[in-house]
Design a protein around this ligand. Structure first.
Ligand SMILES: *[C@@H]1O[C@H](CO)[C@@H](O)[C@H](O)[C@H]1NC(C)=O
Ligand SMILES: *[C@@H]1O[C@H](CO)[C@@H](O)[C@H](O)[C@H]1NC(C)=O
Ligand SMILES: *[C@@H]1O[C@H](CO)[C@@H](O)[C@H](O)[C@H]1NC(C)=O
Ligand SMILES: *[C@@H]1O[C@H](CO)[C@@H](O)[C@H](O)[C@H]1NC(C)=O
Ligand SMILES: *[C@@H]1O[C@H](CO)[C@@H](O)[C@H](O)[C@H]1NC(C)=O
Length: 430
């Protein structure tokens, strides 16, 4: 399905929704179906979802009602539907020098110096020209106007670690050009960064909580702690700052990857004698995921809000993973990994399994943004050595760039813009 098709049919659906006569609606649908030669079911799916709470519709005996009853209520913010059976996360990268990047690094003042690669001397821009192409359909184009109108009077928040912060900044940059100069501001205090859209009475926020739960790495600035400890079932510690959010985007992964076991605090961090148990990392992670689902169920209204969970962001630390000679990493990589089955050693399948298990059991809808596989092809998209360093580099490091290349974070513009295009697709065309 082409992006134009998404938009045209959704515009008609919007009109149809306000039409008092079902006939008009049907006429439109038949018209659209003929016009675009589309699978009728694909178009039919949506309007009947929109009518699902309409009692007049329920009492009528149109054959379409069978479809309607099968479908659940429409998700908030939906204006259309992704083509039936199309997994937007399964696909390939396509070179697109015409339409990428979606903004320029120098044009977006919010990108932290840890991910401004061009400003820090990256010699190539190859990583900026890739577009994600799902196998079964096309992604709708990111429409900043639509996103801004949707956010009017609303609060959107990203909660998680620095990778989620990168995605947050990417979204701000995608919207930046459409907001007049004096109608926006960004402020950070402690764990919370707030981007305010004055004309829209809206905010897009980022909250630092790398484990979602309370931990000894919660300080938004000083958190480089080797011996990480997370407090059991402690989501309300941070969760109290997330209330009344309309669109929520969670992530958590990297910080759990300290080894096979992870330290969980049973009591409180104030206890003199700390009660700490070591459990399998998967079990610790599962506990956090379950806490998140429980928090969402208790605090978010599924009729008015949406929740997303972003899967593991892969790193590219070891060139042997993708069949190159040993001793290289993401440094000096300018091409993507072409092997469609590539996975790498940095992301645990067992963690993906935990995510799948917990989200599939969730009674509240949490939309899964499965960015792991598509990002794993992108060894070229990391910040590498082209970033502001935490501390001055030693002569030994300088002599060997591989030794200090950051193969975890991503340059902006770049890969994370695609994560937001996927968020956009799932928000408006679930
Ligand atoms: C995420 O997507 C990849 C690639 O399409 C797939 O192999 C994997 O099973 C998906 N994960 C989940 C939990 O659905
Ligand atoms: C973007 O969305 C706005 C608001 O819904 C709409 O008016 C406009 O036509 C869209 N632009 C494109 C290029 O689809
Ligand atoms: C701004 O949005 C908030 C919700 O985030 C709402 O409570 C408030 O009434 C809005 N103010 C105006 C002036 O629209
Ligand atoms: C959502 O809306 C439906 C139908 O209007 C209603 O039955 C349900 O109680 C609502 N759920 C919440 C959590 O408000
Ligand atoms: C970067 O990689 C290319 C081959 O892809 C190689 O020719 C070149 O020497 C490398 N440069 C550095 C500085 O490692």
């Amino acid at each position: 399905m082409k992006p134009e098709t998404y938009l045209s049919s959704s515009a008609i659906l919007k009109r149809a929704r306000f039409s008092p006569y079902l006939f008009t609606l049907l006429a439109f649908i038949v018209f659209v179906a003929i016009l675009y030669g589309e699978d009728l079911n694909c178009i039919l799916g949506q309007p009947f979802q929109l009518y699902s709470s309409d009692s007049e519709q329920q009492s009528s005996n149109q054959p379409i009602l069978r479809i309607e009853k099968k479908n659940k209520r429409p998700l908030p913010f939906a204006i259309g539907k992704t083509k039936e059976g199309c997994d937007v996360f399964g696909g390939g990268w396509v070179r697109d020098e015409l339409n990428r990047p979606l903004y320029e690094e120098s044009e977006c003042p919010y990108i932290q110096p840890q991910i401004t690669c061009q400003a820090h001397g990256r010699p190539d821009r190859e990583y900026q020209y890739w577009r994600w192409q799902p196998h079964g359909c096309s992604l709708p184009s990111f429409n900043a106007t639509l996103m801004l109108e949707t956010l009017r009077g609303k609060r959107m928040m990203f909660v998680g670690d620095s990778l989620n912060r990168g995605m947050y900044i990417s979204l701000v940059c995608l919207l930046h050009r459409s907001i007049p100069k004096n109608a926006k501001s960004m402020k950070t205090s402690d764990s919370l960064t707030v981007f305010t859209l004055k004309d829209y009475n809206a905010t897009i926020e980022f909250y630092w909580a790398p484990f979602l739960l309370e931990s000894n790495s919660d300080n938004a600035v000083v958190h480089r702690i080797q011996d990480r400890i997370v407090r059991k079932n402690s989501i309300t510690k941070h969760g109290k700052f997330w209330k009344n959010v309309d669109i929520m985007v969670f992530n958590t992964y990297l910080w759990w990857m300290t080894g096979l076991k992870f330290k969980i605090l049973q009591g409180s961090f104030e206890d003199e004698e700390k009660d700490i148990v070591e459990v399998a990392t998967e079990d610790a992670y599962r506990m956090a995921m379950k806490n998140m689902v429980k928090w969402v169920k208790k605090n978010m209204d599924p009729n008015k809000s949406r929740v997303f969970f972003v899967s593991m962001s892969p790193s590219h630390q070891k060139s042997v993973d993708w069949g190159e000679e040993e001793g290289r990493n993401c440094y000096n990589q300018t091409t993507i990994i072409e092997d469609p089955n590539y996975w790498g050693s940095d992301c645990r399948k067992s963690i993906m399994q935990v995510i799948r298990e917990v989200l599939s059991k969730s009674e509240v809808p949490i939309t899964f943004l499965n960015i792991t596989q598509l990002s794993s092809y992108r060894r070229d998209a990391h910040t590498s050595i082209y970033k502001k360093q935490w501390s001055p580099l030693t002569p030994e490091q300088l002599a060997n760039p591989v030794s200090y290349a950051d193969c975890v974070h991503w340059c902006l513009p770049g890969l994370q813009d695609t994560w937001n295009e996927l968020l956009f697709a799932k928000l408006f065309y679930p």
